[in-house]
Design a protein around this ligand. Structure first.
Ligand code: ACO
Length: 373
């Protein structure tokens, strides 16, 4: 086996140091700055987790109140950004809306010595839901919605802008936990992209725009949408079992299963599965949860594979009434906190990220005289 094959996709390669999170570490699992994901999902909130990632420590109760208030004041869209969002086609991929919105904001609120990285990280954390839902509601209803809601946190703000009414406590907390689970995950493809762009000393918005692009693909963030499309194809668990067996027979990838780092389980999956189950109990589409469970069982039986976070997030978000095309944007809304922490860390200990390749092309050869002009 060549070196290239062994290191394909940089699997198993240590590409740097981080103090932000551990993924699949023996006996520890997933931690954000030393706190386990199980504890954070049970006892914390997304805003506290964002503070932890961005400021390096958990907020005190007073700091948390002040931080939530600060994020609330940052929900308003600048006028030129609204006008760009209005001009973007109604059939755009919602990830392209966030990627473009982020880029436009980078021209309106440029990074400078007066507008520094932590301010931009907080602004993007507060603004991504507003960007997405302003664009969505403008094209769906023709209305220019007010994005400066009084909702206490980002999960409620998102659901309120989407549905035009305050969410139930159950729904708001379910999305809040989803955001906690999606907030950070070490050197995954999108975070590594953010760090690579940061390593060139590019501006903050360029780093994040790159991250959004990397997250968009179905092997990464896009898997939650692909999982929902799969689950929705079936009416019953038996039908799902037969359909999945056919897919596996045809050697198709089943989105929402498998992981580059975790070998036996994704610790986030059990947590979101419990929330999906709770939401199914009060939904009129319970059958989708039963179908998901059957797909999970068949993947374990046939392939020895386990669901990753994206699999049960799909039904959880669906039960919250969130359109499938917004599942990956929700990943952005959460992951901006992890990306930002990594951009800070990369900048603080920077060295240009520039690996080398094994050359497998032709030997040096003479250019024929007839070539060129
Ligand atoms: N369905 C069916 N087979 C699979 C799956 C899957 N989801 N995942 C891996 N396999 C198979 C591969 O086909 C391969 O088989 P082979 O050895 O016969 O060729 C074997 O398992 C090893 O898979 P790799 O592709 O080498 O695993 P890798 O570490 O490169 O990929 C990845 C990890 C991309 C996550 C992969 O499991 C996958 O494509 N899963 C589906 C997409 C997905 O759910 N992505 C979300 C990731 S988590 C997140 O972003 C929150």
């Amino acid at each position: 086996m060549s070196e290239v094959k062994k290191t394909g996709g940089l699997a198993g390669i240590v590409a740097g140091e981080t103090a932000i999170s551990t993924v699949g570490k023996e006996g520890v699992g997933l931690t954000y700055r030393g706190y386990t994901i199980e504890d954070l999902a049970e006892k914390s909130t997304f805003e506290a987790v964002a503070f932890l990632l961005l400021y390096g420590k958990l907020p005190t109760p007073g700091e948390l109140v002040a931080y939530q208030q600060q994020l609330r004041t940052l929900r308003g869209l600048p006028f030129p950004l609204k006008s760009v969002l209005e001009q973007l086609p109604a059939n755009s991929n919602p990830m392209d809306i966030l990627r473009t919105g982020c880029s436009v904001l980078g021209t309106l609120e440029q990074e400078s010595s007066e507008h520094v990285q932590i301010q931009i990280a907080n602004r993007l954390t507060a603004l991504f839901p507003s960007m997405l839902l302003y664009w969505f509601q403008f094209h769906k209803t023709g209305k220019r919605i007010e994005t400066e809601t009084a909702a206490p946190n980002i999960a409620s703000h998102f659901l309120e802008l989407l549905h035009g009414q305050k969410p139930s406590e159950l729904h708001a907390r379910a999305l809040d936990v989803g955001l906690i689970l999606y907030a950070e995950h070490e050197f995954n493809a999108s975070t590594f992209t953010c760090r690579t762009v940061a390593s060139t000393l590019a501006d903050f918005y360029s780093c994040v725009t790159g991250g959004i692009g990397a997250l968009r693909g179905p092997l990464h963030g896009g898997a939650n949408e692909a999982a929902m499309e799969l689950i929705e194809q079936f009416q019953t668990p038996d039908e799902a079992e037969a359909g999945l067996v056919r897919l596996l027979h045809d050697k198709k990838l089943v989105m929402g299963f498998g992981h580059r780092v975790y070998k036996h389980a994704d610790p986030r999956s059990d947590i979101i599965k419990q929330w999906s189950s709770k939401l199914a109990d009060v939904s009129d589409k319970k059958h989708l949860y039963a179908i998901s469970e059957r797909l999970e069982a068949v993947m374990r039986r046939e392939k020895g594979m386990f669901p990753n976070l994206d699999f049960y997030s799909a039904t959880a978000f669906h039960f919250l009434g969130i359109p499938t095309g917004f599942f990956t944007p929700i990943f952005v809304i959460a992951r901006i906190s992890g990306w930002s922490a990594h951009i800070f860390e990369q900048r603080a200990h920077n060295r240009l990220i520039r690996p080398t390749a094994d050359y497998i092309g032709p030997e040096p050869q003479k250019l024929p005289d007839s070539s060129g002009s």
